[in-house]
Every structure is written in structure tokens, then in C-alpha cells.
Design a protein. Structure first.
Length: 758
């Protein structure tokens, strides 16, 4: 046995990743005589060498820096660490040093479901590129290839530390994966795919305007490409006996390493960790870099959004703390096998210290019972009790839930928006997100939580036992020593939920700060009228004018005529807001403008003010006090909104065409709605010196989306179902404002329009 890598030159790939950081820290802190080269890829405009200072400031190095002092730490890095730039996924052909003793290859795509070509690019072609680079360098190192225990694929029983038993040709699969993208890109441009993308975009964004449809159609095509390539990967993997493209490509990566290195007369060891989680002891208990494999599931459970899960209660969840993986890998690196005789090591816990899925659930349940996640409405989140009814039943529950939510969402989009329907919609939205999380995790994790497989780790344990007793505490990796209750409840769960708690604390305090309006002379507050400032609409305002001008005896006839035509107006409204305004305004044909002005002064002004929402008025005043320019913009005709003019700095309203003082029923110019309003707002901001990023815009209808999106602070007021859904997804502020008083005229008109809306 070579002595603990002393005086050796080790190349490490993947040092910026979770396992790689821990390996680098251990080499720096506990292997003082080892020289280290790091293969790092550039990121954006940042060169590989420029990534090193940021990497060394990460928490994993904190204890070491504190122990030796910053100066000594920097000096050690200067003397011992060299950065080699290279991306294993492309043909950049990195220049490796010619005196390497060992290579620890940790770089990999670790997500379960990347597009097929991306997974092969790093996990298979990357291996080929690595051996090509080692071959060109003139070094003959011992390569420690980090794989995963799950390369064994879907099988039951004990898996030995040995070569994988399959005859899949990695070169053929890699070539097919590389071709898949071109194939799918071509397919995505077929008319039937584009038609579907356009139809979906029209259904969701049609009311927001034609540009919104076009700008949604192309991303929808790209999403389709992405989903299809993910599907290619997953389905190909499953057809060959692996749960996902990650494990398939890791398995084929092992075979490539055997073919290109071990069987060409070199030394190769394959280290297969199970699910790597936070460290038990080193560099400090609970160290982890972001959320790892099992953590999203743990967090989702703590947030109360996993009512059940399709896992087998007696299947073994094979967790292993990252410091065990680091110690095992470095011990393997110091003990090379003979050329042509690769060594295999499972770094796992399932064989000698099994943690059943039920046991993990009980620990997590107990942990969140004692330390629940905070919740703004309920104080804390209650966690569900799982009964493990079996995968078939959970998946059936999931499908039924998805259908019900889909149906409810469609139904809610068709009925008029009220506070109550928005509350229902909010419930549907929450349920939908929960089901999406459950579906995603069920698909991703099923293979891991239903596995009836045990990774035998006798060789790894034998290697552990070769360590001198004095090194075992600090460098050992005997998984039988892990006390799960202590590790999960005292170390791992507090560590992963700490990130979440810190995040939700920050989100709460920033929400509290955000209620006041910041002062600015460059900001504007732009308000839509109907449903936003006044609780009325075009139909109701028309009724005010007609009812005010007719004797009471003629009201029923006028109302009957309006009701008869309403289906036509509603159809136009659903199609396009501008079409609706054009069609409806024809009813004003023959109106005497001077007479209407008199009516507005006498009665309509009062109705309008009675329907004005007090919260809107307060908000407009608050904007004025903050120095913002207040603007009302509406498709309603100017004469009707004159009563509201004093509230605003500027009013932009529609105008009717008139001949000899009598309205012709045509508009004088196209209505300023949806994308036309967005174009106007851009122009307005430029000429009036308004900074849209600082500005506010208030609207209630999905057709307002395009112009609301232009400002930094979009606000949805009493939104219709489609705008509500959009606002929720984008985390816009949503207001529920109402009126308190009602006059006779307003009440009569409102009664009719409410009736019609049903
Ligand atoms: N985490 C686990 O639970 C687990 C379990 C079993 C086995 N493993 C194995 O352990 C190893 C490390 O996993 P991890 O959790 O540390 O993954 P990770 O956090 O995702 O880190 C991946 C590392 O690979 C680098 N990388 C990816 N593609 C690259 C490319 N084309 N060229 C050069 N570098 C590239 C990344 O660099 P950038 O910073 O530039 O992205 C990063 O440093 C992998 O081989 C994985 O299969 C992990």
C-alpha cells in the first residue's frame, strides 16, 4: 500500500460539485504532502482559474481556514493546487500534467432526467474525453472513477462489488443519443406540432393579444423539444433495465472506463456511492452543498404537500454521509489494483446497517412534529401521517386528483370572478402544485423508494479494516457505525431544513418591508378603470346612461333588448376585448352628446363615484404622496369618466365618433386595450420620462396582462380567473377591493349585469 497519497500528484475532476468540494477539502486539510490538479470547466465568461477563489470561500473550507489561518491556507493553495481548464462534454481536449499518480473522476451530470444527449455528453463521452486527455499527457495514473450504486439498474436482491452484467454497447447508444436532438428539433417543426403549440398558446394567452400568443408559441416548441429528449432518455433507459438516463449513462460510463483504461493495461478502481447526504462529522456535522437527492422529498414532506408516497415501507433507503464517501474514495486512491484487474467498491449502508423507508419516514415525521415548518396562516405546517397503501393505490389517487383539479380549473375559468371564486381558485392552485410535486417525485423516486436491492459492501469494509486503528476515526468509512436516529434527527434534517427556514424568514421580512410605497419622481401608477378603480363595466355604464334618459316604464324593454344581445357580446369579449368594445359601442348610435353630458353631470357622476372602490382611492392617493404620476387608462368613453378626472394627473380614455353632435356608434380611434395599451405605455414612458421598472400598474382582466408585464410592480385587482392564475404563477401582488355604497341607478344596473354574468 502506498502511504496515504504522500508525495503524489492527484488530478480531481468535479471539484466545484458536492462530493468534489468535500474531496478537495480533505486533500487540503489532511493530506499535506499531496499535490492537486483540478480540472474545472469555464462558466460563462469566467475562466476556470477565476472560479477557484470563489470555490475556496465556500463553507466546506471554513474550519480548515480557521484552523490553519487564512495566510497559511492561501499559501498551501498556491503551492499545492493547479487549475487545468477543460470541459469534458466538448472537444476542448484539456492538457493534463505528465506526472499524475492518481485521478479521481467525480465530474458528472447528476440529475435524474436530463435530455438524453446532455446526459451522454458528460457521463459517457466525457469519460472518453478524459482517457483521451490522460493518454495524451503521458501519465499512467491509477484512475478512481466515481460512479453510483444505482448502476445495477432495476433488479432485486444482493448486488456484488463486481463488473456490471449487461451487453449494451455504449458506443452505439452514445451515437444514437447524439443524433436524438437533431431528430427531435426537426420533428418539432412539423405543422401538427406547431399547430398544437399555437392552439395551446392561443387558449392561454389569446386575450392578452397576438404578440403574447406568438411569444408563447416558440417557447412552447422549445419546451416540447426538451420534454421529448427527456422522454427519449428515460424510455431508452427503462427499455434497457435502468430506472432513468442518469443511471444508464453512469453504467455505460463504467463500461467505457473499463474498455478504454483497465483493459488496455492500466489501473482502474470504480467507487459506487449510494445516496450521498450531509456529512456526519467532517468538515463539520451537517455540511451539505444545497439540496441533494433525498432532500426535496424531505422538504416537501415538511411543507405538508406529500399526503402519501408510493414507496415500499420495507425497501432500504441507502443513505451515506458525504464524509464516508470522501474517506472511502481517498483510501481506494491510495490502494491501486493491478493493471487489467479493476476494483469495485460500494460505499453504502444497506447491507450492514439498513434504514428501511418506513424508518426514514418515522424519523422525518418525528422531526417535523417536534420542529414544524413555519406557516404564515396556520402558525406551523402540520405533517401528514403516511399509511403506505401501496404504489398502485397512491398512483390511482394521484391520477384521480389530477383529473379533478384539471376539471375544476377549466370550470373556474368560465365563471365570473368573485372573491369566492378566487378563493376556490387559490385552493385549486395550491392543490395543483401539490399534485405536481407528488407526480414529479413519484416518477423520479419510485425506483429508489421501491427498490428491493441490497448493495453488498464487503470489499469496502475490508478496505476500511486495513486502516490503522488510529486513522479509523478520522479517515474511516464503516457505515455500520452510523446511528440513524442521531444522524437524521440531529444532523441531517436540521441541516437541510435550516436552508428552507432561513429562506422563508427572509421572504417574510421582505414582504413586511414591501407594504410602503417608495418615493420617486420617475415612477408612474397606471390604473385600468373597470373592475380596478370602479366596480362596474362597459355594460353597466351603458345602462346608467340609458336608464337615466328613459322613463321608468321603458326600462323593461331596454333591459330585455340588452339581455337578448348579451350572448353575442360575451362571445366577442371572450375572443378579444377590443372586438367587444367595438361591437358594444354600436349601441350608442344616435346619442346626443350634449344631452349625455348633462346626464353625466346630473346622475351618472353620482353612480360612478358610488361604484368607486375606496381601496383604489386610497392607493391612488398613496401614489400621489410618494410623488408618482397617477394615470387612468380606459377603453370607456371620455365623457363617462370625467367625474373621476380629479383623482388622477392624467386620464386617457376612448372617444366616440360624432356627426353634428350626435354619436355614430363608431369609435374615433381603436380602443386602447391589451397589446395596444402596452405599446401606448412604452411610448408614454419614453416621452414623459417615466421609469417603468419603478412603476406600478393595476388591472383586473387577462387582457391587461401585456401592459401589466411592462412595469416593475404589476398589481392584479379582483382579477378574472386567467389573470389570477398568471399573477399567482408570477407572484404578483393580488388585491381584493370592493365598494360599500350603492345608489338607486347603480344598484339597478348592477343587478342586471350580475344576473347576466351568471
Ligand atoms: N450526490 C449523490 O447523491 C451521488 C450519489 C452517488 C454517486 N454520485 C456520484 O458522485 C459524483 C459527484 O456527484 P456530485 O453530487 O458532487 O455532483 P454535482 O454536485 O452535480 O457536481 C458535479 C460536478 O461535475 C462537474 N461537471 C459536470 N459536467 C462537467 C463537464 N462537462 N466537464 C467538467 N466538469 C463537469 C460540475 O462542474 P460545474 O460546477 O462546472 O457544473 C461539478 O463540479 C458523480 O460522479 C455522481 O455520479 C453522487
Amino acid at each position: 500500500m502506498r502511504k496515504h497519497l504522500a508525495d503524489q500528484h492527484v488530478l480531481l475532476t468535479g471539484a466545484t460539485g458536492f462530493v468534489g468540494q468535500a474531496l478537495l477539502e480533505k486533500l487540503l486539510s489532511a493530506y499535506p504532502d499531496t499535490r492537486i490538479s483540478l480540472l474545472i470547466r469555464p462558466r460563462g465568461s469566467q475562466r476556470a482559474a477565476d472560479r477557484l477563489p470563489g470555490l475556496l470561500r465556500k463553507p466546506v473550507f471554513r474550519q480548515w481556514r480557521e484552523r490553519v489561518g487564512d495566510e497559511a491556507a492561501n499559501e498551501a493553495v498556491r503551492q499545492r493546487v493547479t487549475v487545468v481548464e477543460g470541459d469534458l462534454g466538448d472537444d476542448s481536449r484539456p492538457q493534463l500534467p505528465g506526472d499524475l499518480d492518481a485521478v479521481v473522476h467525480s465530474a458528472s451530470i447528476v440529475s435524474f432526467d436530463p435530455p438524453i444527449d446532455e446526459a451522454f455528453q458528460t457521463n459517457v463521452n466525457g469519460v472518453v474525453n478524459l482517457y483521451d486527455a490522460i493518454g495524451r499527457s503521458g501519465s499512467d495514473p491509477h484512475v478512481v472513477h466515481i460512479s453510483t450504486a444505482y448502476v445495477a439498474g432495476v433488479r432485486k436482491g444482493v448486488v456484488r462489488e463486481a463488473p456490471l452484467d449487461h451487453d449494451v454497447d455504449w458506443r452505439t447508444e452514445a451515437a444514437a443519443a447524439a443524433e436524438a436532438r437533431a431528430e427531435v428539433e426537426t420533428a418539432s417543426r412539423r405543422p401538427e406540432v406547431l399547430r398544437k403549440a399555437m392552439a395551446d398558446a392561443r387558449e392561454e394567452h389569446g386575450k392578452a393579444g397576438p404578440q403574447a400568443v406568438v411569444s408563447a408559441a416558440e417557447p412552447a416548441r422549445r419546451d416540447w423539444v426538451q420534454r421529448r429528449l427527456v422522454d427519449y432518455g428515460r424510455t431508452r433507459a427503462q427499455s434497457l433495465g435502468w430506472p432513468d438516463v442518469y443511471t444508464l449513462t453512469k453504467a455505460l460510463g463504467e463500461r467505457a472506463a473499463e474498455d478504454l483504461w483497465a483493459h488496455t493495461g492500466h489501473r482502474l478502481s470504480i467507487v459506487r456511492p449510494a445516496i450521498v447526504e450531509s456529512s456526519l462529522r467532517h468538515p463539520y456535522p451537517g455540511w451539505i452543498d444545497g439540496f441533494k437527492m433525498a432532500d426535496p422529498l424531505i422538504i416537501a414532506y415538511g411543507q405538508g404537500i406529500l399526503p402519501e408516497f408510493p414507496g415500499l415501507p420495507d425497501s432500504v433507503v441507502d443513505l451515506i454521509p458525504v464524509d464516508f464517501v470522501v474517506n472511502a474514495t481517498l483510501a481506494v486512491a491510495a490502494n491501486p489494483p493491478e493493471p487489467n484487474e479493476p476494483g469495485y467498491f460500494h460505499v453504502s449502508s444497506g447491507a450492514r446497517n439498513p434504514l428501511p423507508f418506513r424508518g426514514m419516514y418515522e424519523h422525518v415525521h418525528e422531526y417535523f412534529r417536534r420542529h414544524p415548518m413555519p406557516d404564515s396562516e396556520r402558525g406551523h405546517v402540520p405533517v401528514p401521517a403516511w399509511r403506505f397503501p401501496g404504489a398502485t393505490q397512491v398512483m390511482r389517487m394521484l391520477r384521480t386528483g389530477e383529473k379533478a383539479v384539471d376539471y375544476a380549473e377549466r370550470a373556474l375559468l368560465r365563471i365570473p370572478a368573485t372573491d369566492r371564486t378566487r378563493k376556490w381558485q387559490s385552493d385549486v392552485h395550491r392543490r395543483q402544485s401539490e399534485l405536481e410535486v407528488l407526480r414529479k417525485y413519484a416518477d423520479l423516486y419510485q425506483a429508489y423508494t421501491q427498490a428491493e436491492v441490497i448493495y453488498d459492501d464487503r470489499r469496502t469494509f475490508a478496505l476500511h479494516r486495513t486502516l490503522p486503528a488510529r486513522r479509523q476515526d478520522e479517515h474511516g468509512f464503516d457505515s455500520a457505525t452510523i446511528d440513524w436516529e442521531h444522524y437524521l434527527q440531529e444532523v441531517h434534517y436540521p441541516s437541510v431544513t435550516g436552508l428552507m427556514r432561513a429562506f422563508s424568514g427572509r421572504a417574510r421580512s421582505s414582504a413586511a418591508r414591501d407594504t410602503a410605497l417608495p418615493e420617486s419622481r420617475e415612477a408612474a401608477a397606471i390604473f385600468d378603470l373597470e373592475g380596478t378603480v370602479v366596480a362596474s363595466n362597459t355594460v353597466e355604464q351603458y345602462l346608467w346612461t340609458r336608464l337615466a334618459s328613459l322613463p321608468r316604464s321603458k326600462w323593461p324593454r331596454e333591459l330585455a333588448d340588452l339581455i337578448r344581445n348579451l350572448p353575442r357580446y360575451l362571445r366577442a369579449e371572450r375572443r378579444d376585448r377590443g372586438d367587444f368594445i367595438r361591437t358594444f359601442m354600436r349601441r350608442y348610435e344616435g346619442v346626443d352628446e350634449a344631452e349625455l353630458r348633462r346626464l353625466v353631470d346630473d346622475t351618472i357622476a353620482e353612480a360612478m363615484l358610488q361604484r368607486t372602490m375606496p381601496e383604489a382611492v386610497r392607493r391612488i392617493r398613496a401614489h400621489r404622496e410618494a410623488g408618482h404620476r397617477t394615470v387612468l387608462i380606459t377603453g370607456t368613453v371620455d365623457i363617462l369618466v370625467e367625474p373621476l378626472a380629479p383623482l388622477f394627473d392624467e386620464v386617457i380614455a376612448g372617444r366616440m365618433h360624432s356627426r353634428d353632435g350626435v354619436w355614430t356608434g363608431y369609435l374615433d380611434r381603436p380602443p386602447l386595450v391589451d397589446e395596444a395599451r402596452a405599446a401606448w405605455l412604452r411610448e408614454y414612458a419614453e416621452t414623459a420620462g417615466i421609469d417603468l421598472a419603478q412603476s406600478y400598474a393595476y388591472g383586473d382582466n387577462h387582457s391587461d396582462r401585456a401592459w401589466l408585464e411592462l412595469v416593475g410592480n404589476p398589481q392584479a385587482v379582483n382579477p378574472d380567473a386567467a389573470l389570477y392564475r398568471h399573477a399567482k404563477r408570477r407572484r404578483w401582488e393580488i388585491h381584493s377591493w370592493g365598494t360599500h355604497t350603492r345608489g338607486r341607478l347603480a344598484a339597478a344596473a348592477s343587478a342586471v349585469t350580475t344576473e347576466v354574468g351568471r
